[in-house]
Design a protein around this ligand. Structure first.
Ligand code: AMP
Length: 394
């Protein structure tokens, strides 16, 4: 399969896309259709010369936006489409060629991801209409974590909630954790050993990877569990919901909205969900921003320390995502909170490894566990999994 794969990440009001060649050096055409279904809908992208373009698409729905994406591909036709699907439940342990039974299974899982799976399905429906002849593959955020053992994925709840309703930990950001751990295993002399990965973007999660397999991860039934994120609280006392309901009269919808949209860096700082601004304001002396940074870094270190229990040996930690790739401050503070792990960060390497650079941040001659920065490539991974899934069918 030498023709490119079109990777689609379809949300309720946005579609991210990338046209990815089999040759990793070939330029990618990529972009984002946003505010779909509103008068301000638009397509922003980059052409093969790397130039940016913006196209107004007033009131466009998913199908029209995808048609505009297709028209922007400079005549390069994909051989397949890879869809990012947020939740694959327990059914999907790897990418799947989309047919009626796969669609039904994704629909059945929608109760576990009510904001995401229906939007992902809308994207599949639109691309099937536009490209009826092309194979389409579903690549799941949860699939990489299906190797978790029961002691890592079960909550201490009555059995029936798991057996009848699928209440368990699933984990997310699987394509990112898989990509950065495998890339590090390829680059490091230590190979595929025991790696802790920290995907730190607007959403944040950690993962323990042993021999290329996920052993445990910080997100759970939903992408709310675990670390502090841009607007998500991460872990809170499970008694919080009852307390807020009884004491403040808050409804479940209100509590859900506060924990997902008004908490995290935004809630703690009282300013912003954007880490760049949190760092600037903390530096300028803003107490809320300083606290947000303190809690954010402490919770990452605490999660990495906890996940180290899932590994027979620790070969190193890997930072990725917008914050993990670009914030020497966060990396330095997280590593400083883990002195007993024997990391040795080289300050100059830490400062220099930003803006898409990958590399090891260790002090010279350090023999202990390593610290890596690997820019994530979820789209590239989805394209690879799509090709891999289709190989026997070609
Ligand atoms: P992502 O969701 O992976 O695109 O990551 C978005 C997050 O990365 C936001 O919180 C950004 O503020 C953060 N980010 C991007 N660049 C930097 C930077 N230079 N320093 C600190 N945080 C950054």
């Amino acid at each position: 399969m030498t023709a490119p794969v079109l990777v689609i990440n379809c949300g309720s009001s946005s579609i991210k896309y990338a046209l990815i060649d089999a040759d990793p050096e070939a330029p990618r055409l990529s972009g984002l259709a946003e505010r779909i279904g509103t008068p301000e809908a638009q397509l922003k992208g980059k052409n093969s010369a790397g130039e940016s373009f913006t196209l107004a698409l007033p009131d466009a729905e998913h199908t029209q936006a995808l048609k505009a994406i297709l028209d922007s591909l400079e005549g390069r036709l994909p051989c397949a489409i890879g869809h990012r699907i947020v939740h694959g439940g327990e059914r999907f342990t790897e990418a799947a060629l989309i047919d009626e039974s796969v669609l039904e299974a994704i629909e059945r899982t929608a109760a576990l991801a009510p904001l995401h799976n229906p939007a992902n399905l809308a994207g599949i429906a639109a691309t099937r209409k536009l490209f009826p002849q092309l194979p389409q593959v579903a690549v799941f955020d949860t699939a990489f974590h299906q190797t978790l053992p029961p002691h890592a994925y079960r909550y201490a709840l009555p059995q029936a909630l798991y057996a009848q309703h699928g209440i368990r930990r699933y984990g997310f950001h699987g394509t990112s954790h898989a990509y950065v751990s495998q890339r590090t295993a390829h680059l490091s002399a230590r190979g595929a050993g025991g790696w802790l990965t920290a995907h730190l973007g607007n959403g944040c999660s950690t993962c323990a990877v042993w021999n290329d397999q996920s052993q445990d991860t910080s997100m759970g039934l939903t992408p709310l569990e675990g670390l502090v994120m841009g607007t998500r609280s991460g872990d809170v006392d499970p008694g919080l919901h009852a307390h807020l309901n009884r004491q403040l009269g808050w409804s479940l919808d209100k509590i859900d909205a506060v924990l997902n949209k008004e908490s995290g860096l935004l809630g703690l700082s009282g300013l912003t969900n954007d880490m760049r601004e949190v760092e600037e304001q903390a530096e300028a002396g803003h107490e809320g921003a300083q606290l947000a940074l303190d809690v954010f870094c402490y919770r990452i270190a605490k999660s990495l320390a906890a996940l180290s229990c899932a590994l027979p040996q620790l070969d190193g930690v890997i930072f990725t995502g917008g914050i993990g790739e670009n914030s020497p401050i966060v990396r330095r503070r997280v590593i400083a909170l883990l002195p007993h792990f024997g990391f040795a960060l080289d300050p100059a390497a830490n400062e220099a490894t930003i803006r898409g650079r990958e590399g090891k941040l260790d002090a010279p001659d350090h023999a202990g566990p390593e610290v890596w920065v690997i820019p994530t490539d979820e789209e590239g991974r989805i394209a690879d999994e799509t090709r891999h899934c289709l190989e026997p069918h070609q």
